[in-house]
Design a binder for this molecule. Sequence first.
Ligand code: PRP
Length: 225
Amino acid sequence: MGKLVLGTAARYAAEPFPSSFCFPSRVLLRYTGRMNSLRDDLQEVLLTEAQIQQRLDELAAQLQRDYAGKDLTLVPLLTGSVLFVADLLRRLPGPLRLDFLGVSSYHGQTSSSGDIHITKALQLNIHDRDVLVVDDILDTGLTLVRVRDLIVALRPRSLKFCVFLEKEIPHHAEARADYVGFRIPDKFVVGYGLDYQERYRNLACVGVLKPEITAKAAVDTRRAG
Ligand code: PRP
């Protein structure tokens, strides 16, 4: 059956679709069955794809207003911000520069380790530039504070932080985001860039994993260790 579906998909991919084209439901079902398997691991969807995309329109409009005429350098933090920044970039038509900073703190667990490593340094010179750091989530705030210290030392003209999610918990006293997509309760969430043990980043929504998924992964990790 897999071959039949692949063959059908290849044929559809080779032919341009008329605007009125619809996949036959049989094919669509087979596809969505495959593509939604990650979603089956969620016990709850906190943010749908539509909610996220609508909020991004608002956020991008605000950024465009605030950075009009400025020399913007976006600094997304790897890896969780990739979907967020890609969707933001598409909505920011003005000139800007982009440089990823690699930062890691969770080390595959469901809570921040507090032990923050720089995994990729900046390549661009950000001295005297308007820098906007983009991250997927503000949790304890340790990452934000560490990154702020690091970037301030490079003497940008201005420095602000834009996060897709902010957990409604007390953060590090000096951690404050200037732009926030959504404020969410204190739950471990995946999707839209956020991972659990490097999976689920490619979900278009944000949700909470079923407890048996994290419990099983913990047992597997113990066995592997
Ligand atoms: C996550 C997330 C934030 C940070 C937030 O990164 O992407 O950068 O933790 O946590 P904090 O506010 O408690 O510091 P992670 O180390 O999981 O790396 P990733 O982006 O590669 O998933």
